[in-house]
Design a binder for this molecule. Structure first.
Ligand SMILES: *[C@@H]1O[C@H](CO)[C@@H](O)[C@H](O)[C@H]1NC(C)=O
Ligand SMILES: *[C@@H]1O[C@H](CO)[C@@H](O)[C@H](O)[C@H]1NC(C)=O
Ligand SMILES: *[C@@H]1O[C@H](CO)[C@@H](O)[C@H](O)[C@H]1NC(C)=O
Ligand SMILES: *[C@@H]1O[C@H](CO)[C@@H](O)[C@H](O)[C@H]1NC(C)=O
Ligand SMILES: *[C@@H]1O[C@H](CO)[C@@H](O)[C@H](O)[C@H]1NC(C)=O
Ligand SMILES: *[C@@H]1O[C@H](CO)[C@@H](O)[C@H](O)[C@H]1NC(C)=O
Length: 376
């Protein structure tokens, strides 16, 4: 954006918006014109599990699920392990890039000190996601639960509000994207704990989980969120780890059934909520549909290996995580999975494209691009 545009925007802003917003917009334009393409939304706030974590768990004590060591990050700029469960970027990074950012906003736990600079960073977005967390897994001690992630957002919001005022903060939040990518760990936890699977039990589990999901969404709405970008649960029964549990090497069917049931219920939930919560907009991106497409048609999409993880050890490279002494593949762009549970950089890139620009098959009722461009 050229200097003329900055000036034009300033003169319009002075009449309509408070001074603090004008200052923010100028700051924003300065930052973004240096980085190239301007951001399309004021900020992105990210919630969820290891599919979205960009390093929060690095700061947690104890045995939290982590990826801040090689060979993770081998294809990240400077081959740096950041805490992402990927050889490079994850899906949130690509979605953020499509919205005009360099990558995901920084992890919440990296913003510990209340400097002006940090608050300005919070204004551009924060990633609260924590590997191992779930929708209803409140008792997992070594991860940041969804409830806690939302409390952390509330704190960031109050810091921002203190700095730029309630009106401006609410205005910016209502135009920001709230990304949520979670649910897989709840399904893993349920699967590992049931003794006698039956339809009634599964339906009750899904209903309870989705109701909890609705509570989180309503909480965020109350805090000022209006635009929700939801990523659904992938075909988790076909990840290398579940496959390694099946003697035939097939997918674990029940996990996929639960994922599908959950995803359908989330669609119904979000539609219901958009009818009752004034001004709420949403898009549901389908990592489930993306993984299914790749598995049905690997060669056409450039894949050679869709069962075995690139990095790990044992059956399907899925009996250990991607630790420093694990082996890893050299042709990583031909692999669907990076480790026992997570996609490669290439798969995340494909998912980002499908969810941002894709048809109804990959994003409903609108895609992320439409969500971003929709006027509130
Ligand atoms: C925050 O400030 C404290 C004390 O002022 C300092 O010890 C710590 O290293 C700082 N943390 C970060 C992430 O900058
Ligand atoms: C937000 O404000 C609280 C209370 O003033 C402070 O303890 C915290 O460090 C701040 N956090 C950030 C990320 O600025
Ligand atoms: C069905 O599953 C639920 C939850 O797992 C369990 O409590 C219940 O006993 C099961 N019912 C039957 C008939 O096995
Ligand atoms: C294991 O995979 C086979 C297909 O190879 C499938 O029929 C079977 O149901 C799977 N087992 C479980 C527990 O899902
Ligand atoms: C959506 O609303 C309908 C009608 O009020 C209700 O029957 C259904 O249970 C709701 N679904 C979800 C997932 O909230
Ligand atoms: C890697 O090393 C750890 C201990 O440092 C060990 O527990 C693990 O079994 C090793 N894994 C492999 C695949 O050799």
């Amino acid at each position: 954006m050229g200097w003329e545009a900055v000036v034009a925007m300033g003169s319009v802003s002075r009449r309509i918006f408070p001074l603090s917003l004008l200052l923010f917009l100028l700051f924003d334009l300065l930052l973004n014109t240096v980085g190239g393409e301007a951001a399309k939304v004021p900020a992105i706030y990210v919630f969820g599990d290891s599919t979205a974590d960009v390093g929060n768990n690095n700061y947690l004590p104890g045995n939290s699920p982590r990826a801040n060591f090689p060979h993770n990050g081998i294809d990240f700029p400077f081959s740096r392990p950041t805490g992402r469960f990927s050889n490079g970027y994850n899906g949130v990074d690509f979605l953020a890039m499509h919205m005009g950012f360099r990558r995901s906003p920084p992890p919440f736990l990296s913003l510990t000190n209340k400097t002006k600079h940090q608050i300005m960073r919070g204004l551009k977005g924060v990633n609260f996601a924590s590997g191992g967390s779930g929708i209803a897994l409140e008792s997992m001690g070594s991860t940041i639960s969804m409830t806690k992630q939302i409390q952390n957002f509330a704190m960031i919001k109050s810091n921002i509000t203190a700095r730029i005022g309630t009106k401006t903060a609410d205005y910016l939040l209502s135009r920001s994207i709230f990304l949520i990518s979670t649910g897989g760990n709840d399904i893993f936890a349920y699967y590992s704990q049931i003794n006698s699977p039956n339809n009634t039990g599964e339906e009750l589990f899904v209903t309870t989980l989705v109701s909890k999901y609705g509570d989180h969404v309503k909480e965020l709405y109350t805090l000022g969120a209006r635009k929700f970008g939801v990523v659904d649960v992938p075909l988790i029964g076909c990840c290398p780890y579940p496959r390694s549990l099946n003697t035939t090497g097939g997918c674990i069917d029940m996990m996929n059934e639960l994922a599908l049931g959950f995803n359908n219920a989330v669609r119904a939930l979000m539609q219901n909520l958009s009818w009752t919560l004034k001004g709420m907009k949403y898009s549901i991106g389908s990592s489930y549909a993306l993984v299914l497409s790749v598995m049905k048609n690997p060669e056409a999409l450039g894949y050679k290996e869709v069962k075995t993880a690139c990095c790990g050890a044992g059956k399907f490279n899925a009996r250990t995580g991607c630790t420093p002494n694990a082996t890893y593949c050299s042709d990583r762009h031909h692999y669907l999975f990076w480790d026992m549970l997570h996609p490669t950089h290439r798969t995340s890139k494909l998912a980002g494209l499908a969810i941002y620009y894709g048809s109804q098959k990959f994003a409903t009722p609108i895609n992320f691009k439409q969500l971003v461009e929709d006027k509130v």
